[in-house]
Design a protein around this ligand. Structure first.
Ligand code: N0T
Length: 521
């Protein structure tokens, strides 16, 4: 009995994802955790010395989590000789800084290449074969069709997870793992290695066919259409079931990438089951497979990726293009949690992060190359993260209940309506007020806000650069302000700093947070 109780405690304790209403929470040290993240540039965390000047920047920007690579080439420089010193040092230092870690497993694949494979893998292509294109030219991409390739990555990843378990399961500084990085086929859509050709001529695996039959009503339309065009075939080889062409090459590769990656994640989770995800380099719609990192964990391939296993908890977008809403909608359309491990660290990033947390109820956000700031103390990201930190208990309590939303505004899309409780709120960009400083500016900075209904007729609104008007959703009723307070949370308790009325609420007509102010009201 005693033993059973202990195991139970362990399972409860470990970092995990948990459904709440129609959304997902990340539970860390038994509490909901919202990731205020930042991802380090690819070569920054290769020594503690190179990290030295970076730590204060991270805490100055109010991060609670750092996303940082673990490099296969550095942990297993010689076959079966492992070195976890750097991993340990990062964990120990992160604890000191009160930061959590998401480790990015730079194993077999990093941005459609195999740059982080150790030299002993790179130099032994006979044993560890690479992708070939249709001209029989070899590319620096380990082929997912080789059992040796799989076993080598799997072995290293298992050792890593074993080590993290031993070193960290008590404190749980490492809260998630990204398995590989931006997997994809570039510049050839399909692998023509003999092992790949053999797989391509074989029957489509039953597992995939059964999954898509079972989930037929839920499949993403892009994939559904391809299957439909070929008459919803439930047997045959790849070309028979999905037709001939680049789209089938991509589906085929996605399946084998997913199988490979899920096997890695599963082996890791069998040792230490913390959440694991994969990230995607987003494709440009006008490009064909092979012209972008194809077959990666992209929205149009989501079903194929999911069919390949469930050890990978979710697929995550990396944003280097501006279509923020469009891609997030695609990644969440089957009800999956949203986590954004990378966003270009530009001036829009903080506002998009806040929006993602409000509207998609994301489990976290993380600009890329987080250390590249000159003066971290002045960064808008730090101010937005401060708001998020203050609101986290409220956000997590409201999650999955339809009591939270967000807006993202700029000059083109300068207004957005939200209905919540008995009210309709119109959020506009602060510069739509013609008396705003900056209203005449050529370019408007992006602004955003999050709104949370905390009780009947009571709301928190937090953000920057917005003005809000409201009306009642009940017929023949006017809505007016009872009270607007600006304030902050101190030790999770609300503290009013200023009571807003008169000119500050336009005599009760609106609520306003100017550009450059970061407030909760
Ligand atoms: C990202 C990062 C890092 C205009 C690029 C994005 C990171 C990787 N790849 O700095 O390499 O490790 O995940 C590729 C998307 C670039 C598209 C540019 C379009």
């Amino acid at each position: 009995i005693a033993l059973l109780t202990m195991q139970f405690a362990f399972c409860q304790n470990i970092t995990h994802l948990q459904k709440k209403g129609n959304k997902t929470q990340l539970i860390v040290n038994q509490k909901p955790f919202l990731i205020r993240g930042g991802e380090l540039g690819n070569s920054s965390a290769t020594s503690m010395e190179s990290m030295e000047t970076i730590w204060p920047k991270l805490t100055d920007m109010n991060l609670n989590t750092v996303l940082t690579p673990v490099y296969w080439e550095l942990i297993e420089p010689e076959e079966e000789k492992f070195d976890f010193k750097l991993v340990d040092d990062l964990i120990l230092r992160a604890r000191k800084e009160n930061l959590k870690l998401v480790f990015l497993w730079f194993g077999s694949w990093k941005n459609s290449m195999s740059s982080h494979a150790p030299a002993w893998v790179k130099l032994n292509q006979k044993k560890y074969p690479r992708v070939k294109d249709d001209q029989n030219k070899s590319h620096e991409i380990l082929t997912p069709f080789s059992e040796y390739n799989l076993q080598a990555d799997l072995n290293a990843f298992k050792k890593l997870m074993n080590h993290i378990k031993d070193f960290d399961q008590k404190e749980q500084t490492v809260i998630m793992i990204q398995v590989e990085n931006e997997i994809g086929m570039l510049p050839t859509a399909r692998d023509y290695h003999p092992l790949a050709n053999e797989a391509f001529s074989k029957e489509v695996p039953k597992e995939l066919l059964q999954y898509i039959q079972k989930n037929k009503e839920k499949l993403v339309p892009e994939f559904y259409e391809i299957w439909k065009k070929n008459g919803f075939k439930t047997s045959g080889n790849w070309a028979e079931v999905f037709g001939k062409g680049l789209h089938t090459d991509e589906i085929f590769m996605a399946w084998y990438f997913s199988k490979f990656t899920n096997q890695i994640a599963k082996a890791g989770k069998d040792i230490y089951p913390i959440p694991m995800f994969v990230n995607a380099a987003l494709n440009a719609p006008e490009k064909k497979p092979g012209q972008y990192p194809s077959a990666g964990p992209l929205p149009h391939l989501m079903d194929v990726w999911k069919a390949g296993g469930n050890a990978v908890d979710f697929l995550a977008p990396d944003f280097y293009n501006p279509s923020f809403k469009q891609w997030n909608d695609l990644f969440t359309r089957q009800g999956d949690p949203l986590f954004i491990p990378e966003h270009r660290f530009d001036e829009t990033a903080p506002f998009k992060g806040l929006y993602a947390i409000g509207h998609y109820e994301a489990i976290g956000f993380s600009p890329f190359s987080i250390e590249s700031v000159a003066d971290a103390k002045k960064e808008p990201l730090g101010k937005i993260y401060d708001l998020v930190q203050q609101l986290t208990p409220t956000i997590e309590a409201s999650k999955g209940q339809g009591k939270m939303d967000g807006v993202l505004l700029d000059k083109e899309n300068n207004a957005q309506i939200i209905k919540m409780g008995d009210y309709e709120f119109t959020f506009k960009h602060d510069y739509t007020l013609n008396w705003s400083d900056g209203a005449k500016a050529e370019v408007w900075p992006m602004s955003s806000a999050i709104i949370i209904e905390i009780a009947k007729d009571e709301f928190y609104i937090a953000g920057s650069g917005i003005v809000v008007t409201f009306k009642s959703l009940k017929e023949n009723l006017n809505a007016g302000i009872l009270k607007t307070d600006q304030g902050k949370f101190e030790n999770e308790k609300w503290k009013t700093i200023r009571h807003f009325n008169g000119d500050q609420t336009h005599q009760g007509r609106h609520l306003r947070i100017s550009v450059g102010d970061y407030e909760i009201q």
